[in-house]
Design a binder for this molecule. Sequence first.
Ligand code: SF4
Length: 355
Amino acid sequence: MIAKYGLDEGVEPQKYGLGMKELWEIDPAKHAEGTVTHTMGWPLNGNAGGGSFIYHLDNNQVYVGFVVHLNYENPHLFPYMEFQRFKHHPMVAELLEGGKRIAYGARAITEGGWQSMPKLVAPGVALLGCAAGMVNVPRIKGNHNAMLSGIAAADAAAEAIAADRSGDELTAYETTVRTGAIAKDLRRVRNVKPLWSRYGLTASLGLGGFDMWTNNLFGLSLLGTLKHGKSDAAATGEASKFKPIDYPKPDGKLSFDRLTNVSFSFTNHEESQPAHLKLKDPKVPVEVNLPKYAGPSARYCPAGVYEFVEKDGKPEFVINFQNCVHCKTCDIKDPTQNIVWTVPQGGDGPNYPNM
Ligand code: SF4
């Protein structure tokens, strides 16, 4: 809808983070329902921005997750392996040892915030919640704004129905979002993400904090509204300019290889259907993305859908679409913007339990 109606004209490019999550059942002695832990940075070591979350649910279950901001430059980065490495930090390893992973999933998160929010309405169309990018990144939450946008859209739709209108623009919805609680929440944190992108995590913590402080107290920012600049795809650098990263092998206890973990997403796609991941030009992966960017789709996909295999002495690009967990990272991060995620046949995809 955004592309069809040009709803993002004149706004900053949307930004994203790839969130990966595992559900664990842990030793009851280590479980403390309601405990929330967040970390920033490690083990990304300056190669990308991101951080983790660990939430203790009920029934001795724990969510362990890791988010990698998709504006990273080094195409050798392997977000999934960063997540696996994270679980070997002594604090996390101690928590998970003796437990078992019972589910795995991944999803891209819209992180561009206020300056990336597209026009929200078109004839018969309204963008709500994450579709419009209403996540408050420093607060690591978007549910509150998703619910508020649902209420505002329902109010506007009810008003339109009562007035016998149909198929026009719900402009009242757009006005409520841009002048109400959602605007207030997103406007005051609008510079945090661009500051992270520009100055890295440590340097931007103080500056971002100061900017949020002036916004909260005085309703203004000395920085104005910072731009994001490049899209996440365009941020990807050429492989020859970066060092490959050596990742330790998963140990099968705390860390797992991708395909084993994908089986815990319970994803399913009827094999006889056409692949729902389309290439605009089938030659680009081997002729451009492999030599120039070292074939980054083989790493950024958290489900191992994309592979470069050798056939008759030549590289061939393979799409194992059956494994897809619908995170949309390929559509976002492919440096040549050659991959288009489309909807597979009726209801196919991940089948997450309690995720
Ligand atoms: S193929 Fe694309 S949408 Fe599917 S899991 Fe991989 S990156 Fe995500």
